[in-house]
Design a protein. Sequence first.
Length: 484
Amino acid sequence: MSHGPPARTGGHHQRDAPRRRRQRAQARVTSVHSRVLGSIVAVTGCAVLVFTVPLAVAADHIHREDAVARVQRDAIWAAAGLRGEAVRAPVPAGLRPASRGTGLGVYGPSGRLVYGSGPHLSPVAGRARDGELHQSIERGHLAVAVPVFDAGRVRAVVRAWTPWDPVADSIAFAWLVLAALGLVVVALSVLLAWRLARRVATPLERLTATARALGSGDFGVQPERTGIREADAAWQALAATARRLGDLLERQSRFSTAVSHQLRTPLTSLMLGLEAAQWLDDAHCRQALATAMRRAEHLGDTIDDLLRLARETHRRDEPTRVADVLDRIAERNGEAVREAGRVLAVRCQDGLPAVSASQAAVVQILDTLVDNALVHGRGRITLTATDVGTGVALEVGDEGPGPARAGDGVFGSTQHDGHRHGIGLPLARSLAEAEGGRLLLRRPGPRPVFSLMLPAHAATADPGDRRAGSAGAATQVAGQGCAS
């Protein structure tokens, strides 16, 4: 007889174990509303128990002692009018009447009834032969026994009694009143806890819904005032985060669109140059290949800078030295300026403070301004760095006609050229604003001047920490830089 393979139950249980753990974890998770409500009701219930239980015990003690005192008073009052001879008489002349609801009986020292009302044999009356007062609940009655002395001996015992049920009913009524008050307090705490829990949970629920909308791409978050300090702070933080994310995505969108459009032109120019080099002789071919390699290296540097800028989500805290930026601009554009028969002069003031901006962004902005002057301007190109008190002004000018008037219109469209590449004036202004600076046309043509204003870094913003500066000599760029 053959048997099939055993069922693989172990693997199935192992696969279901994470799911069961998640289900147990979710079962343990409760809402803020439930936690606040449960906590307040639990605390109120404990407080009610702490106060009502001692009150119930005290009420029981007060009612019991009050009944005992009343019956004991009647027993003592009756015993005070008896003598030993009166006890032996057939009818005790000295037995005084009891108050309403209280019965009296005279017992012998053995606990047997001599006359009066009560059971024929009373244990509490028998215990009174020791000369002390005794009390007990006998046969549904609260009984108090008081001994009667004659010649120093206990001759008789007066037993006073009253029904226990009215006393027990009074105690039960007091307990019911306390229980009702406790329930009323707990009910009020439930109502107040429910309102408080709603007040706390509703802002969090709206905050959760807004966070989900933010994750779906809705960045129009408006902070709400809930009256809860922590919730208001969370709303303010979420609204600020939404604004930053919206600005970041808008910047990334503009950045990607402008970069893709701008890089396509130099890449096409590079490919056309390489194709044309195939039909040239050796000397011209080597020159064309050298130019293509220079353009490719320049394009690679630009792509690296753009990728670095794309990865940056906020302004950096590291300072950027202006002299390093000018050296890099001189190195990147020196050969292109010489090929065009132009001159690039750099003026760098000594003791300039470091700026609070990304070096890659500053290089790209200045590279765009130099490229714009090289393509659309004429004559000498001047790059100047000066201290303006709260920051540094980097200006690029040339001797061409330039724009007819100042304003933002010059930054409204991107200029293109078949031999050079850049990131465009509109994106250059966007990069400047993202770094906390400002790019503007300080002087329109003729002899236009573009100015990039950047804030000084906090660590170097104190004028007392700078060296007294003077304008450096202009340098015709042929690979040299600017020393500060």
